[in-house]
Design a protein around this ligand. Structure first.
Ligand code: ZN
Length: 262
């Protein structure tokens, strides 16, 4: 029996680009089929019925028809528009970053139920106003878990000893996490890590979203953890997401503006 020509799925648009005169190619994340490419025909015409509803960073219910190269979007229903996360450039940039991370780490047509749930939850809490940096770190830590590259933050990556509260730590992405003060490190890819940053990394591993949102942390410690996770993921995934450049730019502009105001 041939596969049914039409099917319906929940989906989040990860990225899109214009194609031909009026079409658009979408990269979608779906729970059961993982990442898929689909085409929305005629979507850039003003008369298109589905035009405005195929925005990125929204949860949609789609009807699709199997196609030769791309599946074809036939119907769209918006389940969660998550409109607020678009109001602010840093929050928007963070949503783009999370979409890019999901896009780059998922293979086409491989079920991605847990990554789908993770991305959906990430957009929910971003939309609800949680600090974008906290959402991004929470997402990175859990995505690393899903990818089987969870960073080691409890034991030394070399000798396996439980890390004490009163020693010097080093963050070594090529070794997969934290190195204790007794072990010799590799010549490259080593950065000092403060106790506060180590505690925050552990918090991202263990705490739920509500507890993380309520944490009070110094900005320099947040910056340290951000740099640590960025270096870790860049090493593990062998890539630096393009969306980070945009995010860095809008945050620098934010900082410059607040310095003028104070
Ligand atoms: Zn050690």
């Amino acid at each position: 029996m041939p596969a049914p020509r039409r099917y319906a799925t929940d989906a989040i648009v990860l990225s899109r680009f214009d194609y031909g005169e009026a079409d658009r190619i979408l990269t979608l994340l779906t729970p059961a089929s993982g990442k898929i490419k689909a085409i929305a025909k005629g979507i850039r015409r003003q008369t298109s019925r589905i035009g405005g509803s195929l925005e990125p960073f929204a949860e949609l219910r789609l009807s699709l028809a199997h196609g030769r190269t791309f599946d074809v979007v036939t119907q769209v229903e918006v389940i969660h528009p998550w409109l607020r996360l678009r109001d602010d450039l840093v929050s928007f940039g963070t949503a783009s970053y999370m979409a890019e991370m999901a896009d780059k780490t998922q293979e086409e047509r491989h079920a991605a139920e847990s990554v789908y749930v993770l991305l959906k939850r990430g957009y929910e809490i971003l939309d609800a106003g949680m600090a974008p940096g906290r959402v991004a770190r929470w997402f990175e830590m859990h995505l690393a878990d899903e990818l089987g590259i969870r960073p080691e933050v409890d034991r030394c990556v070399e000798c396996g000893r439980l890390l004490g509260a009163d020693e010097r730590y080093r963050w070594v992405p090529p070794l997969g996490g934290v190195l204790c003060e007794r072990c010799p490190g590799p010549p490259h890819g080593v950065a000092a890590l403060s106790l506060e940053a180590l505690k925050l990394l552990k918090a991202y591993r263990r705490m739920d979203v509500e507890a993380l949102a309520a944490l009070r942390v110094r900005p320099d410690v947040e910056a340290e953890v951000e740099a640590a996770m960025r270096a870790f993921l860049a090493y593990m995934l062998d890539r630096s997401p393009r969306s980070l450049a945009f995010l860095d730019e809008v945050r620098a502009a934010d900082r410059a503006r607040s310095e003028v105001l104070t």
